[in-house]
Design a protein around this ligand. Structure first.
Ligand SMILES: Nc1ncnc2c1ncn2[C@@H]1O[C@H](COP(=O)(O)OP(=O)(O)OP(=O)(O)O)[C@@H](O)[C@H]1O
Ligand SMILES: [Mg+2]
Length: 267
């Protein structure tokens, strides 16, 4: 369980307000969180509940309206280039739509080579190829079949696996996976989930998994945060939240998945 893991990322009263006056939308409201090394956290909520907005603030892609993030014992600062560079070395994201995540004009080989460059590694050509092959085999892709292709020549499932191969090469401390399985079939979905579990087990990566699917959240996570209209209404271990939900919204989400108990053999 997460209790004996090092706690290293905290959100304090994170809030994001979009727009002004009549158009004002509070997408995320006073969210607190505590993430540990090697923990898999799911953030679960319906469409529009603020999951992606929260993820983007954690990534540092969207500036919070108020509140702070503490990272490795200090308040995170992203004003200076060096601060952003250091933070983004530690934190990476994969999103729902792999098409939106890749430069479509770069071949697979370049997409992987960029990861080596980003790490500032000085490698020989053979070493570079060995690293790219290792990353592809981690996600069950054959580098020889892919390296000369463009991302749009791959299937959705292959592209998501390529995203994970990049994460394998970059080995960030924190990975945010925003609905990474919603555009792939059931078979690719379970492969992707198993790869995420493997990344955590082998690299002690912290994974923030965003989904509207309580079943997936139960399968993959140690800890679940339930988000409703910008607020975290319930949080706890996966077992606590799914097996004995306290908040009416959580109960409703679970009731909407009548088969969850059968599907996960919960009796
Ligand atoms: N750039 C923006 N400008 C204005 N409003 C925004 C912006 N981004 C998000 N919102 C609003 O903030 C709220 C939360 O959106 P968000 O995308 O975070 O939800 P979500 O939980 O990720 O939903 P989904 O499950 O559909 O991806 C919504 O009401 C949305 O319309
Ligand atoms: Mg979203």
């Amino acid at each position: 369980m997460s209790s004996n893991r090092e706690s290293f990322m905290h959100g304090k009263q994170l809030t994001k307000v979009f727009g002004f006056g009549q158009q004002k939308v509070t997408a995320v409201q006073a969210v607190d969180f505590d993430f540990h090394r090697g923990e898999i956290i799911s953030i679960v909520g319906e469409s529009g509940s603020g999951k992606t907005t929260l993820a983007k603030m954690i990534m540092g892609l969207l500036k919070e309206s108020s509140g702070t993030i503490e990272y490795k014992g200090k308040t995170r600062q992203l004003k200076r280039h060096a601060e952003r560079k250091a933070y983004w070395k530690d934190i990476q994201a994969i999103f729902q739509d792999p098409f939106a995540s890749f430069n479509m004009f770069h071949k697979v080989e370049k997409l992987l080579l960029d990861c080596i460059k980003l790490q500032g590694l000085q490698l020989t050509k053979d070493e570079r190829f060995a690293k790219m092959k290792e990353a592809c085999s981690f996600v069950n892709l054959k580098f020889e079949e892919l390296y000369n292709k463009y991302p749009f020549e791959l299937s959705g499932g292959q592209m998501q696996r390529l995203m994970i191969a990049r994460i394998f090469m970059l080995h960030p401390k924190v990975l945010i996976a925003d609905e990474p399985t919603s555009m792939v079939d059931a078979c690719s979905r379970s492969t992707i989930l198993d790869m995420l579990l493997k990344l955590r087990d082998e690299n002690n990566m912290t994974i923030i998994f965003i989904t509207h699917d309580v079943g997936l959240a139960y399968y993959i996570s140690d800890t679940i945060y339930i988000m409703e209209k910008g607020k975290i209404v319930e949080r706890g271990t996966a077992e606590e939240v799914i097996l004995s939900p306290q908040h009416p919204y959580t109960k409703q989400l679970i009731a909407d998945v009548p088969k969850i108990h059968e599907a996960w053999n919960l009796g």
